[in-house]
Design a protein around this ligand. Structure first.
Ligand code: SF4
Length: 467
């Protein structure tokens, strides 16, 4: 049996500086050339969707951009002046959430804008910038908060102002319409966020809350619970935050990368945004790239609908030298690095969903079953122990997979793993069991030959022996 890699489960503790430098380390520092200032509707770059070589948008201001460089790169702009029209522009842009679910941003915002009490005692909405990265393989949000915090804050204020001025609410154009604003982020990101809030006008109106470093701390209802009562635990999926979220107010929890995209769209327009990516997956997204196959973790900005193999090559990887790629993180799917588009909008078999933009490449020297077992062990330990199927089912699955990974040759173990997965999936207060079983089921598919080998007493990894 091959030796477990020390890097599993990855914690991606590389700080944002490492990630940024890692990008340069791989020889692609050109991609961080500052973007020229453009007016709304201005052309950004011709034919960009044909190329993986995406010029930077989100990280255009370069490393550690302060307030002055932010304005110098993106231009003077007052996000609090964004009106309800912003929601229409977002609809035209086709922006989807970059936190994992890929839900249309305008639809989610509109649902929040249209609820709550109206009139004199109107319930003022709440907008929360969600920078929690409980996913151990994700580090693109902390990279963004480190290098482009002002873009995130711009998007937060613009969206808050748009919500504050819809649904019959009125407000001054110099405020966010009474909407409360929060930035929720892990401890490592807070100093940079606070520094950014301190150096811009009106920044002190935005409250900052520390996100715990747990896998589920970024789940929307867990975010609201953490701010409300200090416990980052999910609540019943039927609770609609858009109607009754933080302290009973209509609440919108938005991933920080999504907010940075909102800021760019509000500045430059929907058509500008659509000049990158495809018609069904417009714009760009950040991806966190890691794994035993990488010498260093990196963050890339890639166009929507790009081929996965092109992204791997851009990061300096030869797809032919990989055994599999985990796309979407611990709740994602294992795939072969074949011709698959990286998009939430593609047909099954031709596309793989990026989730929160995680790409984890496995080299030919690492056993996929052992890698999956280590991830499942981690996920089983991350259950909030509120729901039986999650609390007992995930450890049971982990136990079976560990037996297979360890070389036990009982032929029933594979089907037992599959059976447990079907029992657990979809039976929790949050998507943790479903996401976990989806990842395991993709391992059963992609590593089918490896499972057969393990159950026959050997491992397909060179030098590996299962029993
Ligand atoms: S499904 Fe699991 S992680 Fe989600 S709330 Fe229930 S116990 Fe917690």
């Amino acid at each position: 049996m091959s030796q477990p890699r020390d890097s599993y489960p990855q914690t991606s503790q590389d700080n944002y500086q490492d990630s940024y430098q890692g990008r340069q380390h791989n020889g692609h520092q050109d991609a961080y050339t500052p973007v020229p200032r453009q007016g709304p509707g201005g052309s950004y770059r011709d034919g960009i969707q044909d190329s993986i070589r995406q010029e930077p948008r989100l990280l255009a201001a370069g490393p550690d951009a302060g307030w002055a460089r932010h304005l110098d790169t993106f231009g003077q702009w007052e996000p609090q002046a964004a009106g309800p029209g912003l929601l229409e522009v977002l609809a035209e842009s086709g922006l989807t959430g970059r936190g994992g679910a890929a839900f249309e941003t305008w639809r989610k915002a509109t649902a929040t804008a249209g609820t709550g009490r109206k009139g004199l005692f109107a319930a003022r909405p709440v907008v929360i910038a969600n920078g929690a990265e409980g996913e151990p393989l994700s580090f693109k949000d902390r990279t963004l908060l480190a290098h482009a915090p002002h873009l995130v804050i711009d998007g937060l204020i613009a969206l808050a102002a748009a919500l504050g001025q819809t649904g019959g609410r009125t407000s001054s154009q110099t405020s966010a319409g009474g909407t409360s604003m929060y930035v929720y982020a892990p401890a490592a990101s807070l100093p940079r966020v606070k520094q950014a809030l301190g150096e811009r006008p009106g920044g002190k109106k935005i409250r900052v809350v520390q996100a715990p470093e747990t896998f589920i701390s970024g789940e929307s209802s867990a975010v609201v619970n953490m701010i409300e009562n200090g416990t980052a635990l999910p609540t019943d999926q039927r609770r609609r935050l858009s109607e009754s979220g933080l302290n009973g107010r209509p609440t919108l929890v938005v991933n920080v990368e999504t907010l940075a995209q909102v800021a760019l769209i509000a500045r430059y327009g929907a058509q500008w945004f659509r000049q990158a990516g495809t018609a069904t997956d417009p714009g760009t997204r950040l991806v966190s790239m890691s794994g035993p196959a990488f010498t260093r973790d990196v963050v890339l900005e890639v166009p929507g609908g790009v081929q996965l193999s092109a992204v791997l090559k851009e990061a300096g990887m030869d797809p032919g030298s990989l055994s599999a790629v985990l796309v979407g993180g611990y709740h994602g799917r294992w795939v072969r690095p074949a011709d698959l588009a990286l998009t939430p909008a593609g047909a099954p078999g031709r596309a793989v969903r990026p989730g929160a933009g995680v790409i984890h490449a496995l080299d030919l020297q690492t056993c996929g079953i052992q890698a999956t077992a280590r991830i499942l062990n981690y996920l089983a330990g991350q259950s909030a122990r509120q729901c039986g199927p999650c609390m007992f089912g995930l450890p049971a699955m982990a136990s079976v997979l560990n037996r297979i990974a360890g070389g036990e040759t009982n032929p029933r173990l594979s089907s037992e793993l599959d059976r447990l997965g079907r029992l657990v999936s979809g039976r929790g207060a949050c998507r943790h069991p479903e996401g976990t079983t989806g990842m395991v089921s993709s391992a059963l598919e992609v590593f089918a030959a490896d499972f057969r080998a393990h159950l026959s007493g050997y491992c397909t990894v060179p030098g590996g022996v299962a029993a």
